[in-house]
Structures are given as structure tokens and as C-alpha cells.
Design a protein around this ligand. Structure first.
Ligand SMILES: [Zn+2]
Length: 358
């Protein structure tokens, strides 16, 4: 199943390709009793919601959360084929997070056979790697009715994830006054130099003590070296550990002013994923998972990460959320992406045990 899913390439920006994976999963889930519903999407792949367990009663459902899209463009399999070597499976998206999706299916299948009496929802999105613009509302709506959310994103080392940073993206655009750098130098007001000055201020926005990082990862500007630049821009990634920090970030970017009064600045964007803070509901879930893992014969630790997931949305709504319950491996978004085969079965057993004990 995992091999079939990895060999079905599914980049976020290719709706047709992702939808093929959605259809495959809908069929597999239906084959052991899942009631599949496809939420059609306009710009990205469809969102798959599959319900298991009793139609009525049994308490609030447990929401299992994953995504079928990957960061890998079509054709990646040519240079990064599915393969097994040294106790690992390799391939695009195997770690982030197709193995987690297959683990969820396997766990649900076992629970269906045993019959836990608990309603379950498996929700698979298709735009997570681009910030979940179209699936977010569906995820949040289903989470609000759920007892708990278990996210099948990759583990962090051997640990699950009880905290994630919030993620934002800002775009700064500076407009100056263009001129010939030889003939008319003094009439020019360089957007490139103004952006450079502004970025020194942006550097100061980082505050590691509160878990805030600000990274101008991409810049651009100007046209030729003999032209004083009229335009310059920067794309800035922001990570925050506390939801309360979002207002501060807004204020910092909103307070930026050009030193050269003939230049102007436009700031766009903002936070798009709130942080997943280590709340009491999440801690209780983690403690339960840790105890069950011990019964299964392994130690489960917790970790915090700077990366975001759809778990950020559900945790921010106050729904107990435990993340990183998927595969153990390495190289997410990198060409050595792989998972450790030995952990697949124990972690799937843990997932099933956790669902059965909620
Ligand atoms: Zn992921």
C-alpha cells in the first residue's frame, strides 16, 4: 500500500495528481467499512473525509489528520525512486507523510475488526505543504466536534510532537526613484539600499528568548547595475512560539519606516498558522500515549518543533492535539527522504491502542 501510494506522485500544485491519490485512499478505506466523503476543491486537490465506527452514539469522534500532497514535483520518481535498502523505505513523500497515512489506515482497519464502538474520522488534506488555504476550514470544523486530534505527521527523531511554532509570511516591497547611475546619480533613491537598511531592522525582530525567529529568506530588486533601483522586495518567514506574540509581530512590521523619505514601503502578508502550544489537553494525550508505548515495549518522548502542520489549527481551537504520531525516519523535503521500517508496526500498534483508549 505504501509503495503504491509513494509511486503515485502528488505535488500540492497538481490537482489531478493529488486527486488520484484521494480516490485510491477512498477506495481502500471503503473496502473495510469506511464511509468516504470527498470535499471537492477548486484550486487544490480534494479533501477526503472518511468516517468509521457507529453512525450514532459512541461519544465525540476522534479525528485522525494527515495530508496526501507532497513537496515533490511530478517526475521526481525518476531520480528518487521507491526503494528498500538498509532497513529503510525511500521515495518522495514516504516520510512526509505517506507512511503516516498508511499507518492510520492500518490502525483503523484493526479497530474496525475489533469494534471499539468509538466514531472515528480520518481526514486527508491535499494542500498542507502550501499552508492549507482551502482545507483549513474543513479541518477546523471537524476538529471542533472531536474529542481529540491525532496527527500522523512524521515523528521528531523518536519523539512525538506536543508543540509547534506558528508560521507567518510577510512580503516587503520598497519603491524608490530610478535614475542613471552615471548621469543622474544624485536624483536616484535606491530601493535596494533602502531594503538593505530595513532588513537590518527586521533582523532585530528575532527574539530567541520568546521563541520568535524572523528570516528574510528571499530578496530581489533592481534591473541593472547602472540603474539606481526603483523596486526591491523581500519574502520573510516568521515563527512564533506563543499565540500572544502574533500581535507583537504585526506591530513590528507595521512600525517599519523608510529612512530615505523618497522611498516608500508596502508590507503584505501575516501569520497563517497559529502556534500549537503545549496545552493541558495535549499533555494528557501525550501521557496516555507514553504509557501505552511503554506497555508495547518502547519509550515515547515528546518534542517541540519550529515546523507547522494542520495540528496547529486544531490545537489553537483548544482541541487536545497530539502530533508526530506517524513514521520514524529522516529527510523530509530532502532527497534522502526515508523511513525506518522497524518502527512501522510498533507505532501503528501505538496509534491503534491510543484510539482505543481515548
Ligand atoms: Zn507533512
Amino acid at each position: 500500500m505504501l509503495q503504491e501510494l509513494v509511486q503515485m506522485e502528488s505535488p500540492s500544485d497538481d490537482k489531478t495528481a493529488v486527486n488520484a491519490a484521494v480516490r485510491l485512499l477512498a477506495e481502500v478505506a471503503a473496502s473495510f467499512g469506511g464511509r468516504a466523503k470527498t470535499h471537492k476543491q477548486k484550486h487544490f486537490g480534494d479533501v477526503l473525509e472518511v468516517r468509521f465506527g457507529p453512525v450514532r452514539g459512541g461519544g465525540k469522534p476522534v479525528l485522525l489528520l494527515g495530508h496526501l500532497d507532497t513537496v515533490w514535483p511530478l517526475g521526481t520518481l525518476r531520480t528518487m525512486p521507491w526503494r528498500e535498502a538498509g532497513g529503510r523505505f525511500y521515495g518522495p513523500g514516504v516520510f512526509d507523510m505517506k507512511a503516516g497515512v498508511v499507518m492510520a489506515l492500518a490502525a483503523v482497519r484493526v479497530l474496525e475488526e475489533v469494534g471499539t464502538g468509538r466514531p472515528l474520522i480520518l481526514l486527508l488534506t491535499s494542500d498542507e505543504e502550501v499552508g492549507s488555504p482551502s482545507s483549513r476550514r474543513i479541518t477546523e470544523r471537524l476538529a471542533l466536534g472531536a474529542a481529540a486530534v491525532l496527527v500522523l505527521e512524521p515523528a521528531q527523531g523518536l519523539a512525538c510532537k506536543t508543540a509547534r511554532k506558528g508560521v507567518g509570511e510577510y512580503r516587503m516591497e520598497v519603491t524608490g526613484v530610478a535614475s542613471h547611475s552615471g548621469v543622474d546619480f544624485e536624483r536616484g533613491h535606491s530601493a535596494v539600499l533602502e531594503l538593505a537598511r530595513l532588513l537590518r531592522k527586521v533582523e532585530g525582530f528575532t527574539d530567541l528568548r520568546v521563541g520568535r525567529t524572523v528570516n528574510p529568506g528571499v530578496i530581489g530588486g533592481g534591473t541593472r547595475s547602472n540603474v539606481v533601483a526603483e523596486k526591491a522586495w523581500a519574502a520573510v518567514d516568521v515563527r512564533i512560539a506563543r499565540a500572544s506574540d502574533a500581535a507583537k509581530v504585526e506591530q513590528l512590521f507595521g512600525g517599519l519606516r523608510c529612512e530615505d523619505k523618497r522611498c516608500s514601503l508596502k508590507v503584505m502578508g501575516g501569520m497563517n498558522r497559529p502556534p500549537m502550544e503545549r496545552g493541558t489537553g495535549t499533555v494528557a494525550l501525550y501521557k496516555k500515549a507514553r504509557r501505552l508505548a511503554a506497555e508495547l515495549g518502547f519509550e515515547l518522548n515528546e518534542a517541540a518543533t519550529g515546523g507547522g502542520s494542520d495540528g496547529n489549527f486544531t490545537a489553537a481551537l483548544g482541541i487536545p492535539t497530539l502530533d508526530g504520531l506517524g513514521a520514524v525516519g529522516e529527510g523530509a523535503h530532502a532527497d534522502h527522504e526515508s523511513i525506518l521500517i522497524e518502527h512501522l508496526v510498533p507505532r501503528t500498534a501505538l496509534l491503534a491502542a491510543l484510539i482505543a483508549n481515548l
